[in-house]
Design a protein around this ligand. Structure first.
Ligand SMILES: Cc1cc2nc3c(=O)[nH]c(=O)nc-3n(C[C@H](O)[C@H](O)[C@H](O)COP(=O)(O)OP(=O)(O)OC[C@H]3O[C@@H](n4cnc5c(N)ncnc54)[C@H](O)[C@@H]3O)c2cc1C
Length: 339
């Protein structure tokens, strides 16, 4: 055993609060990707750097401008104002709450309920996105959120988080579906398992949002997210499931929407409000647009740790660090304001 390497791995594990196994596996994958060009020590150090960058994202977003352009404001009222602005352009919307670091599950659930009530009060054609891992996979909390969504006829969308969260997320989503809630799910094309998840959702008639995914799949590090994206689209072609094509990559969005239109599959183009948008592609094809409107903590819609795979992220970080937060509106009615 190489004692220097093991010592380095142990030190990095302690520093970043992960297991030594985690560092070892990621370092090995990196070495394999670079065909051994990186020494074991250098690979482990680069994993340490990725972990440091990821935790810097958390800290940065608390007090710098970083990520502020990716949320529409801190409160649900800001999100509602943004969704209303989208509605003015005949766009649908999805409201998503980005929680504070270590925010209590009950508080996250309360924000989701607040968003559902606000959508109902405003009479918006908007769904509400939930992240069940951030509700601590608490079934009771989800039941309360889902009951309110049912009461107001608001669709509950289940965002995709890490690969390790998927089984529990899908189980909880299907429970909500069985209780009569209108649900939809995210399918990341970077994950190998998404192909079988897609077939299951098609059989259950669950509407989907197809994304490339922020996190990769250790079992499929070489997957081509564009090709697998279009393969997922193919699963739904000709079905009655609504497909949300959620990408800012024209080379994916255009063929995906064309295929869905040609097979008379109900579809929408889904866009993050903060990124360069492809609305014109949807307009040209006569496809509706759904905007994802986030509120809450500042966050970044990409994984900083991916910077080694995708150097363009460095430029995005720089831009996000310089662009200051501009809430959509501070005058939109708040729930309980009586306005
Ligand atoms: C509506 C919506 C919902 C999503 N929901 C989820 C989810 O539930 N779970 C999940 O894991 N991921 C989600 N994502 C994120 C998604 O997985 C991708 O990480 C993200 O969309 C970037 O991939 P892309 O397909 O747009 O293609 P990319 O190739 O990454 O981006 C296409 C182009 O968009 C521009 N661009 C992309 N990102 C940035 C940026 N940060 N700053 C500046 N320009 C940029 C660039 O010009 C780039 O070439 C969602 C994305 C969208 C649009």
């Amino acid at each position: 055993m190489d004692k220097t390497f093991e010592h380095l791995v142990e030190r990095l594990a302690v520093r970043h609060g992960v297991t030594a196994q985690h560092i070892r596996q990621r370092a090995e994958r990196r070495q394999a990707r670079l065909h051994g060009l990186l020494s074991r020590d250098a690979a482990a150090r680069s994993v340490g750097l990725s972990l440091a960058l990821a935790s810097a994202e958390q800290r940065l977003s608390g007090f710098l401008a970083a990520g502020s352009r990716h949320v529409n404001g801190l409160s649900v009222a800001d999100a509602i104002a943004a969704a209303q602005a989208e509605g003015g352009q005949q766009h649908l919307s999805t409201i998503g709450y980005w929680p504070q670091p270590r925010e209590a599950a009950a508080s996250v659930a309360a924000r989701y309920r607040e968003a559902i009530s606000a959508v109902a009060v405003a009479g918006l054609r908007s769904s509400v996105s939930v992240k069940v891992d951030q509700m601590g996979y608490d079934r009771e909390l989800l039941r309360e959120v889902a009951a309110l969504a049912r009461q107001h006829g608001v669709r509950l969308h289940f965002d995709a988080q890490g690969l390790e969260t998927v089984d529990r997320t899908h189980a909880m989503m299907e429970e909500s579906l069985a209780a009569g809630t209108d649900v939809s799910a995210t399918l990341p094309s970077r994950w190998l398992r998404s192909a079988s998840d897609a077939r299951r959702f098609r059989a259950l008639g669950i509407p989907v949002r197809i994304v490339k995914g922020q996190g990769g799949d250790p079992d499929a590090p070489k997957i081509d997210p564009r090709q697998s994206y279009l393969a997922l689209v193919e699963v739904f072609a000709g079905s009655t499931c609504e497909v949300g094509v959620a990408t800012h990559d024209r080379r994916v969005a255009e063929p995906a929407l064309r295929r869905l239109r040609a097979s008379s599959t109900p579809c929408v183009l889904e866009q993050l409000r903060s990124l360069p948008r492809l609305d014109a592609v949807a307009d040209a094809l006569g496809v509706p647009v759904r905007a994802y409107v986030a509120f809450g903590r500042f966050g970044l819609p990409y994984a900083i740790g991916e910077v080694f795979r995708r150097p363009a992220i460095l430029g995005w970080i720089l831009r996000d660090a310089l662009v200051r937060h501009r809430p959509t509106s501070t005058t939109a009615p708040r729930i309980g304001d009586g306005r």
